[in-house]
Design a protein around this ligand. Structure first.
Ligand SMILES: *Cc1c(COP(=O)(O)O)cnc(C)c1O
Length: 384
């Protein structure tokens, strides 16, 4: 039918399903507030949990890095793109998290694709939590390994999958804190089962690093688990962009040989690595920010409980309110926006069918009055 026809048909279907996605142009985007079309909103859709994206120390480090190294890496790390700040950041991350090695990637999406793509071979199996991030599931389904999914956060379900025989290697994949639900994986149980089966565990802690655990070392540290493969990302609590994979010596060497995202992609700018070193220090010293965030989460949950809102059992900055119907979720999001609160509606296929929700995220930058305004707006929007 031709490319154009195919594209237009897909767009028509998307519109009919009320799943039309669009990007909104913002003129200011901060952890606590944002500006759109000349109007200011309280921002409850940011993953910048500690408010580091506009931290003066990190901006200064980026500027100094740019003055010294220029604004671009100029090549892949395998050619001439691997500079002093990359090496230092990798060493600092490895030491901080207690791993022999860390490898930098341009994004969490790339890190997951690279690690799973380079490791998984035919005959292997990847056992992933049903709600694992799209980047993990996509990497697994593109790989020659067999992908099977276990019930969300259910170690017993993983146990059943592990019981069936597999001649190849086993990789178990989960998130530390789930991006759309805010709940945490039972890492200790998952890791124990994985080890019993002779497999490796990969934890993607995009939403736990910087926030959970001592010094913000993340979900694994908090739960006293050291998975064989740990992916952390820098676009959320670190307030910047990029990612790292933590692993042992040989795995790092292996990925330097075989991970195509490292070999065929320009390295992150050295100035960004400098900024990330400053962000790492801010995270390490960020107990006050984590305390403020915890206070904001508690204030929100208490208020929401009083209003009888459908809270889910999440102790983290991600506080989804389940709506179910997609149209309704969009209408609620609009109603909140009219009241000055920016809360994105999340719809399938990002979440399972019937799982449309308002994904509220809290940050250290919110003030008590921001949270109270959100609660008031939610109350009004609910009774509409
Ligand atoms: C955001 C996210 C990613 C992608 O990381 P980017 O650096 O934004 O590409 C991967 N995994 C999870 C769980 C995420 O939430």
């Amino acid at each position: 039918m031709g490319w154009q026809q195919r594209i237009e048909t897909a767009l028509d279907v998307r519109r009919q399903q009320q799943r039309w996605r669009q990007r909104t142009l913002l003129t200011v985007n901060r952890a606590g507030w944002l500006q759109h079309d000349g109007r200011r909103y309280r921002n409850f859709s940011s993953n910048d949990y500690l408010g580091l994206s506009d931290d003066a120390r990190i901006i200064a480090a980026w500027q100094q890095g740019a003055a010294r190294y220029g604004v671009g890496a100029g090549a892949s790390g395998h050619v001439t793109g691997y500079a002093l700040p990359h090496g230092e950041l990798e060493a600092e991350l490895a030491q901080w998290l207690g791993y022999p090695r860390a490898l930098l990637f341009n994004s969490g999406y790339a890190a997951n694709q690279a690690a799973i793509g380079a490791l998984a071979a035919a005959g292997d199996r990847i056992l992933a939590d049903k709600l694992a991030h799209a980047s993990l599931l996509e990497a697994a389904s593109l790989s020659p390994a067999t992908l099977r999914r276990f019930t969300h956060n259910q170690a017993a379900s993983l146990h059943r999958l592990l019981a069936s025989p597999c001649s190849g290697e086993t990789l178990v994949v989960t998130e530390g804190v789930f991006s759309m639900d805010g709940d945490s994986a039972p890492l200790e149980e998952l890791h124990a089962l994985t080890q019993q089966a002779g497999g490796w565990l990969l934890v993607d802690d995009a939403h736990g690093i910087g926030v959970q655990g001592e010094q913000g070392r993340g979900s694994c540290w908090q739960q006293h688990v050291r998975p064989e493969l740990l992916v952390i990302t820098f676009g959320k609590a670190f307030g910047v962009s990029g990612a790292a994979l933590l692993c042992n010596e040989q795995t790092a060497d292996y990925l330097v040989q075989f991970a195509r995202h490292l070999i065929y992609s320009t390295a992150m700018p050295p100035a960004q690595a400098e900024a990330l070193r400053a962000a790492l220090r801010a995270v390490q010293q960020g107990d006050d920010l984590r305390q403020q965030l915890a206070a904001n989460i508690a204030r929100f949950r208490q208020g929401a409980r009083q209003l009888g809102l459908p809270l889910v059992p999440s102790a983290t900055a991600i506080q989804p309110l389940l709506v179910g119907d997609e149209g309704k979720a969009l209408a609620r999001s609009d109603a909140l926006r009219q009241r000055g609160c920016w809360v994105t509606a999340i719809r399938p296929p990002t979440v399972p069918p019937g799982g449309a929700r308002l994904r509220i995220t809290l940050t250290a930058r919110h003030r008590a009055e921001d949270i109270d305004s959100l609660l008031e707006a939610l109350h009004d929007a609910q009774s509409e």
